[in-house]
Design a protein around this ligand. Structure first.
Ligand code: FAD
Ligand code: FES
Length: 261
């Protein structure tokens, strides 16, 4: 690891945009050199430090969903306020010129935004529970799916994926979102024999492969990921099944998501 990745750098909030009732984008005064799929650790002194992907590169920005302690404090910040970051960390997505399909669920769209911007031949599926959870609808051309049918296709993003794969040939599938969705995307990719890359989320403390809190099967998500290929995912027994709670206890994905929400 480069020495500068361990050091916190100060950044200033240049602009804040409300994306929906629970999501904001924070633009910074500095452009961070990052690859699509990599992440940074944002630090609010006396609060906490948490992982986020950049949703914008130039000017750099993060799109954040209000969750708990850290994001509540972040949401209180105003234009001109300072915070700190370390990174970028992780591997990022593989770039392709081939026909790609990106499947994003909920906040996962923030995690694939730089990837979408970098690809030429692509189709994007964006699934949320309901219309009010959507964001970036004016930024990207997307197949919108909602669980309750309040807008777009009524059904899961994975149903839409199956539909599109029956009509057209795709060379790679990228996915980011709830892990139950990503596991389904991976299973569909396996069935159609299409390579898949998934950006995984686990509870992170150090972000640099030291504490072990982000373990998933035989991998550390911060150090070996967060993006994993089909070859990796096949070997990772915990993928789509288990994750660790904040106290380190291994739990089913259902329990983990219940505890997170
Ligand atoms: C590589 C990576 C990239 C991410 N990128 C984004 C992004 O672009 N935008 C965004 O909104 N969020 C992103 N996240 C998730 C984000 O880090 C968490 O939502 C955030 O840490 C919540 O912190 P909090 O203190 O507000 O909530 P907390 O009070 O810590 O959390 C609320 C609930 O979520 C659990 N939780 C907290 N952090 C995590 C985590 N990392 N994994 C699993 N459970 C957790 C808590 O235990 C609790 O139950 C990313 C996570 C990872 C690992
Ligand atoms: S967050 Fe510490 S090892 Fe990954």
């Amino acid at each position: 690891m480069k020495k500068e990745q361990k050091i916190h750098k100060k950044i200033t909030i240049k602009q804040i945009i409300n994306e929906n009732y629970k999501t904001k984008t924070f633009f910074f005064n500095e452009d961070i050199d990052i690859k699509p799929g990599q992440f940074i650790m944002l630090w609010l002194p006396c609060v906490d430090e948490k992982p986020f992907t950049l949703s914008y590169k130039k000017p750099s920005g993060v799109t954040v969903e209000l969750k708990g302690k850290f994001t509540k404090e972040l949401f209180k910040l105003k234009q001109g306020d300072n915070l700190f970051y370390r990174g970028p960390f992780g591997n990022g997505f593989t770039k392709t010129k081939k026909n790609a399909i990106v499947v994003a669920g909920g906040m996962g769209l923030a995690g694939v935004s730089l990837l979408i911007k970098s690809l030429k031949n692509l189709k994007v599926i964006f699934g949320t529970k309901q219309k009010k959870d959507l964001f970036f609808t004016n930024r990207f051309d997307m197949e919108i799916c909602t669980d309750d049918g309040s807008i777009g296709y009524k059904g899961f993003a994975t149903d839409k994926l199956r539909e599109l794969l029956k009509k057209e040939k795709y060379d790679i599938i990228y996915t980011c979102g709830p892990e139950t969705m990503m596991k389904k995307v991976f299973d569909i990719a396996e069935k159609y024999n299409i390579p898949c890359e998934a950006s995984l989320e686990r509870f992170m403390f150090c972000g640099i492969g030291v504490c072990g809190s982000c373990v998933c099967g035989n991998k550390l998500v911060c150090r070996d990921g967060p993006v994993f290929s089909s070859d990796d995912l096949r070997e990772m027994n915990d993928f789509g099944r288990y994750a660790r709670l904040k106290n380190g206890r291994k739990a089913s994905l259902q329990e983990y998501h219940k505890w997170r929400s």
